[in-house]
Every structure is written in structure tokens, then in C-alpha cells.
Design a protein around this ligand. Structure first.
Ligand SMILES: [Zn+2]
Length: 210
């Protein structure tokens, strides 16, 4: 887990939004390899083992199907997600995680890989999260996200974690969410842009004099 991305992680327990406090036992190249992330609100602790942060509470987890890494697909993904520089971070959900190491070899953008196929481990540039629910990231924290056709609520939470105008990429089997504007599609995937983040309604109170 890249130490600079810890600020973007959020406790998945439903309570007021809180960042997490990292305690590293072993670090390599500014990545926590072994350690713990603790929530100051509910005292939950999430272990980091082999660079993988484990947010699972129920024990279950979604393991994506094994797909092989593909240099051409990783190159397309880099272009569609618009990862032209090292700013921010991009999120790869599920099966897309199989492309993480190929993608990390061609872009400098840090990658957060959520519930990838087995065997995808953390490395410099690749931070791996395991969860059993929504993506534990702050709203609008990611610059771009590739969602899969696994859990719809997890995909929706990943879109919420994308900043306004951030790129969203998905296979054509996934419907374009209402908070995404489609930019282009081909026979295998579509790319869109995250709409402006909802802001709370402002009510104008007009005081009338009689
Ligand atoms: Zn908590």
C-alpha cells in the first residue's frame, strides 16, 4: 500500500467519514508491506499483509476471474483512463486488476487495485485492496476508474470515488451510470466522464417585511 494513498482510504463501517491511521511494521519503497490501518472512530483495524490491505469484515470476498495480462489492453486502458502523468491515482476493479502490473510498467500514475484475481500482489506503483462491500475510498479521490461487471454497488461506489471530469471505463456489459457521461464506445468497452459532484441543495430564505 503506497503510503501517500492512505489519506484517500476511508473506514468502510457506516459512521461519520474518517481517514485511517497507518502503523507500518515493514516498508519498502514508500509502500507499507506489513502493518495495520486503524480507524480512530470505531477502532476497527485493517491488516496489511504482503502489501495488500484487507478491509473484509464478513470474511467473504469477491475474487475476480483469472484473465491473462495483455500488453495491448493495458496500453488502451492507459489511453482511455487518460493516465498521461503521475498525478493522483487510478482505480482498477476486479478483472481489470490482471492488467495492473502491465499498466504500471507503462504509466507513472499510482494504481489502486480492488479485489483483483488471485496472484495480483502489491508492488511499487500497485496498491491492492481486498473488500467485501463498497470501495473504501473518499468521494472524488481518484482521477480515473475502470469498473467491471461484478458487484453493481461496488462499481457505483468506485464511480463516487472518482473526481468530477475523471474518466470511467467499463466493459459494454455494464450500463453507463447516471452520474457518468459517455464519451465513446467500441464493441468491447465504453469510456465516460464523471459528472460534476452533487452539491447539497441551497435553500434561499427570503425574509419578507409586511
Ligand atoms: Zn471506522
Amino acid at each position: 500500500m503506497f503510503i501517500e494513498l492512505v489519506d484517500a482510504l476511508r473506514c468502510p463501517v457506516p459512521h461519520e467519514e474518517s481517514w485511517l491511521v497507518a502503523a507500518a511494521v515493514r516498508m519498502e519503497a514508500r509502500h507499507i508491506v506489513e502493518g495495520t490501518l486503524g480507524c480512530p472512530v470505531c477502532s476497527a483495524e485493517y491488516p496489511v499483509r504482503d502489501g495488500v490491505v484487507d478491509f473484509r469484515r464478513a470474511g467473504g470476498s469477491i475474487i475476480a476471474a483469472q484473465v491473462s495480462s495483455d500488453a495491448d489492453l493495458a496500453m488502451r486502458l492507459a489511453a482511455l483512463l487518460n493516465l498521461a502523468d503521475a498525478q493522483g491515482f487510478a482505480v482498477l476493479l476486479g478483472e481489470w486488476g490482471a492488467q495492473a502490473h502491465e499498466l504500471a510498467s507503462i504509466v507513472e500514475t499510482p494504481l489502486v487495485v480492488v479485489d483483483p484475481p488471485l496472484g495480483i500482489v502489491g508492488a511499487p506503483g500497485v496498491s491492492v485492496l481486498r473488500c467485501d462491500g463498497d470501495v473504501p475510498l473518499a468521494v472524488g479521490a481518484a482521477r480515473a476508474v475502470a469498473i467491471d461487471d461484478g458487484s453493481a454497488s461496488r462499481a457505483a461506489s468506485a464511480v463516487r470515488a472518482t473526481r468530477a471530469k475523471g474518466r470511467v471505463v467499463a466493459p459494454v456489459s455494464v450500463a453507463v451510470p447516471s452520474d457518468v457521461t459517455e464519451l465513446a464506445r467500441d464493441e468491447t468497452m465504453w469510456v465516460g466522464e464523471r459528472s460534476a459532484l452533487e452539491s447539497p441543495l441551497i435553500t434561499l430564505h427570503v425574509r419578507r417585511s409586511t
